[in-house]
Design a protein around this ligand. Structure first.
Ligand code: GSH
Length: 254
């Protein structure tokens, strides 16, 4: 079996998929795309992923896009250890988490990530140059158009941070519910829902938002994050250079 993952070292969606590949002990080519030159925004990559985003998995010549689709696909081609519940209801419940994570925290984490770190590299560009950059993105034009040379407007960052805090509330409620049996979102089984959440929490940690769960603020989230960091797959996923603070230095706008 040949597996190639086209990804960025520090992209949250890529980190989720790398974690699942390592949990399943699958050997794969870790193809790191050249993001500064926009390798993901031109051919031949756009023929693999017309959205111009990472990650994309190529399995024996077939391209599969979208991190949650890729993670479930990996569970089907490599069923051990199982990272999807065995029962229909369990799968539906897990997918509820996946859709919520895709819709709320994953898009939200981009605002502070770009505002405090990634946008630093674009700070010398004029608004016109930023708009031209935005126009190169098949599905991220609107997001990039909202960005100014100095970052996003404070209300946009604050709204995103509020959505992230609400996500933590929802996760906390689940993990600390009286009947919840196990360290993971779905209970005793580590699933792709945990893999999907992991990079959001780790990025929040990198952004200095860890006060939202530390010191008893959200003990369930705190325990969950401590548990997932113990996995060998976690260390493999977060090799040197995968955190924004390592690549961009001190956060701006703080
Ligand atoms: N729904 C997609 C979203 C992928 C996505 O947004 N990837 C980001 C990195 S986390 C990306 O490639 N952005 C391209 C860019 O900002 O230039 C997935 O889950 O794979």
């Amino acid at each position: 079996m040949s597996l190639t993952l086209y990804n960025f070292a520090a992209s949250t969606c890529s980190q989720a998929v790398r974690f699942v590949l390592y949990e399943k002990d699958l050997s794969f080519e870790d193809y790191i795309m050249d993001s500064p030159t926009g390798e993901h925004l031109r051919e031949p990559y756009l023929s693999l992923n017309p959205n111009g985003v990472v990650p994309t998995l190529v399995h024996d010549g077939e391209a599969i896009c979208d991190s949650t689709v890729i993670m479930e696909y990996l569970d089907e081609i490599a069923p051990e250890p199982a990272m999807v519940p065995p029962d229909v209801l369990g799968r539906a419940k897990m997918r509820e988490w996946l859709r919520y994570f895709e819709e709320v925290p994953h898009p939200s984490i981009r605002y502070p990530s770009f505002h405090y770190f990634i946008g630093k590299k674009l700070a010398d560009k004029s608004k016109d140059e930023l708009n031209a950059l935005a126009a190169r993105h098949p599905i991220r034009k609107d997001f990039y158009s909202e960005m100014n040379p100095e970052g996003f407007t404070p209300d946009k960052v604050a709204a995103a941070e509020e959505r992230l805090a609400k996500c933590l509330d929802r996760v906390e409620k689940e993990l600390s519910a009286p009947g919840h049996s196990g360290p993971w979102l779905m209970g005793a089984q580590l699933t792709v829902a945990d893999a999907c959440l992991m990079p959001v929490i780790d990025r929040m940690n990198d952004l200095g938002m860890d006060h939202l769960w530390k010191n008893g603020a959200r003990p369930g989230v705190s325990r969950w994050y401590a548990e997932i960091q113990k996995r060998p797959a976690f260390a493999a996923t977060y090799y040197t250079g995968t955190r924004l603070s390592e690549n961009y230095g001190a956060p701006r706008n703080r």
